[in-house]
Write a protein that binds this ligand. Structure first.
Ligand code: C2E
Ligand code: MG
Ligand code: MG
Ligand code: MG
Length: 284
């Protein structure tokens, strides 16, 4: 009897794994077509300065308009793309599209703050600086108009090669932000080795502010550390006025979150810039 139940458990799990593998394959092949069929789009989420209340940046976030499934979240397809290597093509498309959009905005004399693009660790090879430079040049976009968001997994891999690639990007005039900070394994000692100018506090620590003691302690530690290292600090996932007030007290530089705006299509972001209204009121 015991053996039977183990066996049926086994069958259960393997069936589930089978389903997941099939789902994976389906997403992979559909994602390949999505690139060709122009089903991908960038949304833009503003970053707001706590000092001025103005939009001082934006993050470009990938969206997939699936013909049948509607808007598919990157949480679903980025992990598949990472695993299959398709992230290289997606990442190249994202950079190209962000630069094309910046050029389009510049051509209508819209003044736009730096736009941040997310980079996968897999994109970080020796050819990256050259590839990025070529895209910037093709669209006649200045390097300081595009920021790059990277994750801690890259630092943990932290070889001299990675540092060298980062230094090349910085030498070109780009700046690097460390995304989802606090969720990985990077320590203070790690951080100072890398030419990173901005830390983004992960949303998971912002959620509990100002009521969860642990989240408050973590947020405070991150901001203090960033200040010591003279890095800019951005909090992501800010949804409430209480969170904003706490982050202002800490001395955070920029906020990003639904309190100000969800990620929106390019035209909506441009409209927000033209309106130029203050989204937060600074008191520092
Ligand atoms: P991320 O880079 O940390 O981006 C922030 C995510 O938090 C976005 O989710 C954004 O929509 C969401 N967010 C922002 N403010 C709030 C808020 O106030 N409340 C809540 N609940 N969520 C908020 P999104 O767009 O679903 O992207 C998820 C992740 O997918 C990103 O996390 C990033 O890691 C990845 N991703 C998105 N676009 C790209 C891309 O072009 N390339 C790569 N490599 N990864 C991407
Ligand atoms: Mg990001
Ligand atoms: Mg993030
Ligand atoms: Mg995040």
């Amino acid at each position: 009897k015991a053996g039977q139940s183990i066996e049926s458990n086994f069958l259960f799990y393997s069936e589930e794994m089978n389903q997941r593998a099939k789902e994976h394959l389906r997403i992979e092949s559909e994602l390949r077509q999505a690139l060709q069929n122009h089903e991908l789009q960038l949304y833009y989420q503003p970053k707001v300065s706590l000092r001025s209340g103005r939009i001082v940046g934006a993050e470009a976030l990938l969206r997939w308009r699936h013909p049948l499934r509607g808007l598919v979240s990157p949480g679903v397809f980025i992990p598949v793309a990472e695993e299959t290597g398709l992230i290289l093509d997606l990442g190249a498309w994202v950079l190209e599209e962000a630069c094309r959009q910046v050029r389009e905005w510049r051509d209508v004399n819209l003044i736009i703050p730096p736009i941040a693009v997310n980079l996968s660790a897999r994109q970080f090879d020796a050819e990256l600086p050259k590839r990025v430079a070529a895209v910037l040049e093709r669209h006649r976009v200045q390097p300081d108009q595009i920021n790059l968001e990277i994750t801690e997994s890259l630092l943990v891999r932290g070889t001299d090669k990675v540092i060298d690639i980062m230094n090349q990007l910085v030498a070109m005039g780009m700046s690097l932000a460390l995304d989802d900070f606090g969720t990985g394994y990077s320590s203070l000692a790690y951080l100072k080795k890398f030419p990173i100018s901005t830390l983004k506090i992960d949303r998971s620590f912002v959620i509990g502010l100002p009521y969860e003691e642990n989240d408050c302690a973590i947020a405070r530690a991150i901001v203090t550390m960033a200040q010591q290292l003279r890095q800019e600090i951005v909090a992501e996932g800010v949804e409430t006025a209480e969170q904003m007030a706490f982050l202002r007290e800490l001395g955070c530089d920029q906020l990003q979150g639904y309190l100000f705006s969800q990620p929106v299509p390019a035209a909506d972001f441009a409209a927000m810039l033209r309106e130029g209204k203050r989204l937060a009121f600074g008191n520092r």
